[in-house]
Design a protein around this ligand. Structure first.
Ligand SMILES: *Cc1c(COP(=O)(O)O)cnc(C)c1O
Length: 398
């Protein structure tokens, strides 16, 4: 590396797949003294806040809010519907499904894991086989990670619903949309998802610290039949409180709620369809650039087929462990922080681009320009014209 001066001074850009960029409007909404938690504005804003959250998940059903990250929502959701000794099925396309499955084991569930590795989407034949073999319907839920952030694979949730229906299998369909909500199209009710978990620091553009569990009547019926549910995780009072404190089982995450309010205002002002279309277009520009670089045979997209790629995160592989030096270059020399390879055997060879939430065309072009610069600095073979290819996608009218 020949650069002796750093070019990192200036506004830094954290382009990792969560936490994502926090809009100034969200930061400003949080910059205020502590509000009264017994009466007034904060209490009054809750019904519209939960309604607008449900609009993002495209559900008319219920939402429970937790002061937690995504891992907490995994446990919260499981605790309401899975009793010790019950079985869950976990089709895994990356590290996050394994994480949720381990959480299920922790609350005493039996886990049937089908591992598709870290570069392949679900194989529905194998999921069908597992469901068909389960004649006694011991499997009570399928843990479905929509976008696995480690691999950047996006799985087909409607196809999983169709499979459960075809086989007349009553298991709950539980979706992890932590990386996809507010980025990739997701429609809880239309897609027949029974439980959806998500958190606020990715597509919802708010500092980490609140998580959400959406659930429908079928999931609520399973909750009602549970022998017991830990009081703190119980979604019942949280989703249908008589008193304000029951939303959170204690003090409200006051400033997060103001931040979230501002983020939801931005999302709905843009419109869900437009939010999804923006993420799709930006992702396509990234793919064009990456596919061009890949012609040099040193850099590869982790997910070969476009239909299985997330619109929020892109995982890349470089030969000979060069992911780490590339990230170090962009961070130290350019002020651009890229995501580490996560859950991969050769993680030092991998890196990820986060493009979720408050991200626009110039930010994507800057990220790609940063990668191009690092590839040049590290003398990594690459196809030429990646930035032109990305620009053509963003310039296109269709
Ligand atoms: C980020 C993420 C998680 C974990 O969320 P934390 O807030 O880090 O606990 C789980 N699942 C997916 C798909 C994620 O992207």
């Amino acid at each position: 590396m020949t650069n002796s001066i750093s070019l990192a001074q200036g506004r830094e850009y954290l382009a990792i797949p969560g936490p994502s960029v926090i809009p100034d409007a969200v930061l400003q909404a949080m910059h205020r003294p502590s509000p009264n938690i017994y009466e007034g504005e904060l209490i009054e804003m809750m019904p519209s806040l939960t309604r607008d959250l449900c609009r993002v998940a495209r559900t008319e059903h219920n939402v429970a809010i937790y002061i937690s990250n995504g891992h907490g929502t995994w446990e919260a959701a499981l605790s309401n519907v899975i009793a010790p000794g019950e079985t869950v099925l976990a089709p895994a396309s990356g590290r996050f499904t394994h994480g949720w499955a381990e959480m299920a084991e922790g609350i005493g569930a039996k886990v049937q894991l089908i591992d598709f590795g870290s570069s392949s989407a679900w194989d529905f034949d194998r999921i069908a086989e597992a469901l068909r073999d389960d004649k006694a319907h011991m499997i009570k839920a399928v843990l479905a990670v929509h976008v696995d952030t480690s691999s950047s694979i996006r799985n087909d949730i409607p196809a999983l619903r169709a499979l459960l229906d075809d086989l007349d299998h009553p298991a709950l369909l539980m979706a992890d949309c932590i990386a996809s909500l507010g980025c990739d199209r997701f429609e809880m009710d239309a897609w027949g998802v029974d439980v959806t978990v998500t958190a606020c620091q990715k597509g919802l553009m708010t500092p980490a610290g609140t998580g959400f569990v959406f659930f429908n009547d079928k999931a609520q019926a399973k909750r009602a039949a549970m022998p017991r549910v830990s009081q703190y995780w119980d979604w019942q009072p949280r989703s249908n409180p008589e008193l304000f404190y029951q939303y959170f089982n204690g003090t409200a995450p006051t400033h997060h709620l103001y931040g979230l309010r501002a983020a939801l205002d931005m999302i709905h002002a843009e419109g869900m369809e437009q939010v999804w279309a923006r993420h799709e277009r930006l992702a396509m520009a990234i793919w064009e650039a990456c596919e061009t670089w890949a012609q040099g045979d040193a850099l590869h997209l982790n997910v070969a087929e476009r239909q299985h790629r997330s619109h929020a995160v892109t995982a890349l592989r470089l030969t000979e462990g060069r992911g780490t030096p590339l990230r170090e270059f962009t961070e130290n020399q350019l002020g651009l922080t890229l995501g580490i390879g996560l859950g991969m055997d050769d993680w030092e060879g991998c890196f990820r681009l986060g493009h979720m939430g408050h991200v626009n065309g110039q930010m994507v072009m800057a990220t790609l320009g940063g990668v191009e610069t690092a590839l040049a600095a590290l003398d990594i073979p690459r196809g030429k014209g990646a930035l032109d290819a990305a620009a053509a996608v963003l310039a296109s009218k269709t």
